[in-house]
Write a protein that binds this ligand. Sequence first.
Ligand code: C2O
Ligand code: CU
Length: 476
Amino acid sequence: MTRIVSSPALTRRSFLTRSAAFAGALALPTIPATSPARAAATRDVTLTPAPAKAALVGAPHPETAVWAYDGRIPGPEIRASRGERLRITVENRLPDPTTVHWHGLRLPNAMDGVANVTQPPIAPGERFVYEFDALDAGTFWYHPHHASAEQLERGLSGVLVVEEPEPLRVDRDLVWALDDWRLDPEAAIVEDFGNGMDMSHAGRLGNTVTLNGRVPDALAVAPGERLRLRLVNVANARIFALRFEDHAPMVVARDGHPVTPHEPPDGIVLLGPGMRVDLVLDCGGDPGARASVVDVFPREPYRVVDLAYGETPLRDSPLDASLVLPPNPVPEPDVASAERLDVVFEGGMMGGMRGGPGAMRTMMMRGLAWAVNGAADDGGHGLPPFLTVASGRSVVLDLVNDTAWWHPIHLHGHAFRILERDGAPEPHAPLADTALMAPRERMRIAFVAEGAGDWLLHCHVLEHQAGGMSALLRVT
Ligand code: C2O
Ligand code: CU
């Protein structure tokens, strides 16, 4: 019953113990974020990706051979305070080269962890030290950015939480890392990574959904309890559309960044791969009640997890406390003076290319299926940038999904505002780093280009990325 509850708590405790051993008292979050002492604080972390075993499905099924950070699925939950500096040593004990990308963080380009763009891959037995300031509070995550379709599917990912100087008042703050696995009857990972079928369709959809690395049963809650749920979709391709039966979750942050608290449209929390949503959930059920969280994305609906109410209420009426998070210091784009560009995504099954059938054929002969503005990236990232822009310049991109498929589009190193979809203003104009586009949809985003270097813009369906759906934004 308490599996889901205990896992993040344990992770956090052991993480704090470990980091305290490395960094001493400085790592303990006892200094207010605004004091000069805090600005100098560095939190030291070591991450060791290596082969491991994980009880994903649970008895009577055998354990699954995985690749994991520090032997855990998901990897250790890294917690920092806003303004703190993180120094993360990655020791590669995998049989293959790897890198670590800090998804959603605004950081120096050299720390972005993209193999062959910002650094050479870390060879087996080698180490690399990532060091950057946690500029923004929020829910972020980390994963390899080398052979991503294989390495994430084998289990490499973890959640990074940057805490606000004044956190929301809640009873519990829980991470839900949602993943999807393609397992055989022995609970072993089917090793058909990046096959052409997955690549040209919806990506690698599995047959087993896990929450924090386990097929979950129920989350024990108390009547009246207020939860902050940090949902993170770490799956290669599965889109979650979560409905909380008999509950009215409030969205308080998108991809880490605060948003005007609101109920999700139609009560459904839509979460494409790479995306995060922070919810505040008031548990208003009766003692002993049970309610399901169901994935209703158009295919077979299924139960993700149950909320199981205990007998003892925590309080009688909902907690009376604000849901508004303090803003992050993200620069606001000036739309009027911005550099403007269309970015057209093409290809895939039942799609086409503006260059005609010949262009599509040439691409598929290279083992690729998708293109961005006519060019397909074979993973070497050797293509010229789709846009070169000076640091500090505002940029408006009109993203055009000219395909028959959904795509969560991720921009590295920036938080962009979603301004419009299909010409209609996006409610709350949220900040995001990954935005889900429906088939044939257009989406207008705006941001201030920051940090000299090459930043990836790609689909976070990792088989689509491997299939060419990736491009470079160059900031000078
Ligand atoms: Cu979550 Cu380019 O990555
Ligand atoms: Cu895609």
